[in-house]
Design a protein around this ligand. Structure first.
Ligand SMILES: O[C@H]1[C@H](O)[C@@H](O)[C@H](O)[C@@H](O)[C@H]1O
Length: 616
């Protein structure tokens, strides 16, 4: 759009907004019937909706048309379009972190991947995301939000292409790292961008939509995994390559979408900023908002000075230091409460609670991702009603209780764990560790072993702990349970990774409750709150640090889960996460202020005084 045309739009929008302002004032004075106001109203609404405003239009009709107009004023569609296009970055974040578990099932057979390579393919992405989230702070500050979103979608597309065409594991790792670089930049930029273009009363909801897209991406990935798991040859190429579609859509969409007006004002591009802001606010007056952003930036520069690296200025200026502690703390506790052990290992948890079939476990994992998605939607609905603080506290308290139920399920199962009653000799005469277990619980925790048993009514009989087949966890390496068709006919059962007990369902209940509580609050709020608590000069760096913390703890928790479970047993691991959730509750109760409905420029003042007795 040329400058002139843009200015015209701005002029028209401004005159409309002035007229609307006049109408509101007169309504407030109870002068709805006065000649001038009525004439003003009529001419205004006639411009929008001639048919409903014929000369015979009644007062009620006028009122309805005006209300429709006001509603349009308050939530201009453009803000939604911009938010949805940016949230595609969240979708890709969810898709690419979620899809890998299903792809690995096929890849490990086709490319003969050992455990180390499998771990590299999962954590290579998350590690790269941690690094690029940190670097994204500098890029955001220097180049703006829009180029960063374009860069992220470019990386997603390139990564998807490399993955789909890969011929060896090294290329696969390269592709996964490129995708990870995209995820990191997107994860820190998108919430900031949405928060900066959204009007205050919608900000929480729109930023939370980004997390809805993350969990939507994870759900979609699990369905794709389920569908392509039937395509044993090359199924993984489709799984990993499909993400190019939303990435390309986002890239082209963003070529036409604007930069954040706040970043532009900070860089002195005030005319462009004004134009974009009025585009985002529909026909509302933007003068007040524009002036408040501008004044705030000027004041900030005076107060904090512009010398030295931003992170040093943030750490030496108490309000931003406090905000940084709150932001990073929220992200750390999000990960420490174990969401990604639940997401990445849900198929395993489901198997542990008694789901025997591999495919069924994959589809049930899709159900888990669906529950996470649907309950994030509840968060979108609640965030502007309950506010961030109550929602986060309630969610984390529920999550802690669910973790205790999950852990108790495993504890009860361990206590009534069936005895191993048969010890058949190993025909290959290899001394496996499996023979040393006298209870199913020990046998289940050893990744090399499984339990072969019969059922007499509902009690386990004739049970033996046998090495698992190297190529399929669905059968034993040798003996009664080594041929699936035969052992099923003979009423034998094979339990890998779980023990058949009457309490297995408690773990399933805990898992579902966990997601019901976690998804509306602890899932989205750390991202939402981080997008709003830093002043503009510190926003990119603050979000880069807190997103980096999120990714680092993500790697730590998910990589250590299986080992933690081996050392502490499963119930120990989940009690540990419940303990972290308890600490998180204390932290949030003491330190998280309410930011709902406040202008971004007002939020800094919430951090001016100490947040809690622990000196933060
Ligand atoms: O907010 C998201 C969401 O909750 C996802 O389900 C989880 O996988 C991510 O790690 C988290 O940051």
């Amino acid at each position: 759009m040329s400058r002139k045309a843009g200015d015209n739009v701005e002029y028209t929008l401004r005159s409309l907004s002035n007229l609307m302002g006049e109408k509101r004032r007169r309504q407030a004075e109870g002068a709805a019937g006065s000649g001038a106001a009525a004439a003003g109203e009529r001419s205004l609404i006639a411009a929008e909706s001639c048919s409903s405003l014929n000369s015979a239009a009644s007062g009620a009709e006028l009122e309805r048309a005006a209300r429709r107009q006001f509603q349009r004023d308050e939530t201009p569609g453009f803000v939604y379009v911009v938010s949805v296009f940016s949230a595609l970055g969240g979708f890709l974040f969810g898709y690419d972190t979620g899809v890998v578990s299903g792809a690995l099932l096929l890849l490990k057979r086709e490319l003969n991947l050992d455990a180390l390579w499998q771990e590299l393919l999962v954590s290579g992405t998350v590690g790269a995301a941690a690094l690029s989230a940190l670097a994204g702070g500098v890029l955001n500050g220097l180049c703006g939000r829009r180029p960063c979103i374009l860069l992220a979608s470019g990386l997603f597309t390139a990564g998807a292409g490399v993955l789909a065409a890969a011929r060896d594991k090294e290329t696969l790792l390269g592709g996964r790292v490129v995708v990870g670089l995209g995820i990191g930049v997107a994860s820190m930029t998108v919430p900031v961008y949405i928060a900066e273009v959204a009007p205050p009363h919608l900000r929480g909801r729109l930023v939370t939509i980004n997390t809805l897209f993350i969990t939507g991406g994870q759900f979609f990935a699990s369905v794709v995994d389920g569908l392509f798991s039937y395509l044993v040859k090359d199924g993984w190429r489709y799984m990993l390559g499909l993400s190019a579609v939303p990435a390309v859509i986002q890239f082209f969409g963003f070529l036409f979408l604007p930069e954040s007006p706040r970043w532009l004002i900070q860089k002195g591009q005030t005319q462009r900023a004004r134009r974009i802001l009025s585009q985002m606010r529909g026909n509302q007056a933007i003068d007040e908002e524009y002036d408040s952003i501008k004044n705030n930036i000027e004041e900030e520069e005076k107060e904090v000075g512009a010398a030295g690296p931003v992170i040093c200025r943030m750490l030496t200026y108490p309000p931003t230091r406090r905000a940084l502690i709150v932001g990073c703390g929220l992200q750390m506790f999000q990960q420490l409460s174990g969401i990604n052990t639940v997401m990445y290992y849900s198929a395993t948890i489901l198997q542990m609670s008694g789901v025997e079939d591999d495919r069924l476990a994959i589809w049930l994992a899709a159900l888990t991702a669906f529950i996470n998605f649907i309950f994030t939607l509840v968060g979108v609905w609640l965030v502007e009603r309950m506010g961030r603080r109550k929602l986060t506290l309630g969610s984390l308290a529920g999550t802690a209780v669910a973790l205790i139920i999950l852990a108790s399920g495993f504890l009860l199962s361990a206590q009534v764990s069936p005895r191993v009653t048969l010890n058949p000799p190993d025909p290959s005469h290899q001394n496996s560790t499996c023979t040393k277990y006298s209870y199913c619980n020990g046998c289940m925790l050893d990744p090399d072993c499984g339990l072969c048993y019969k059922l007499n009514k509902s009690s386990v009989v004739e049970s033996s702990c046998i090495p698992v087949d190297k190529h399929s966890t669905m059968k034993a390496a040798w003996g009664r349970c080594s041929n699936e068709t035969i052992f099923k006919k003979e009423d034998l059962f094979w339990a890998y990774n779980f023990c058949p007990t009457p309490y297995s369902w408690t773990a399933l209940l805990g898992l579902i409750l966990y997601l019901v509580f976690f998804a509306p609050g602890m899932g989205p709020m750390p991202w939402t709150v981080n997008s709003e608590i830093y002043p503009l000069w510190a926003r990119s760096t603050g979000n880069a640090c807190s997103s980096g913390v999120n990714w680092v703890f993500n790697v730590l928790v998910s990589l250590t889960f299986l080992h933690t479970a081996e050392y502490l047993t499963y119930y120990g691991a989940f009690f540990l996460y419940a303990g972290f959730a308890g600490l998180g509750l204390l932290f949030i109760y003491g330190c998280l202020p309410e930011t709902k409905g406040k202008k971004l420029e007002e939020i800094e003042s919430l951090f001016e005084s100490r947040l809690c007795t622990c000196d933060i």
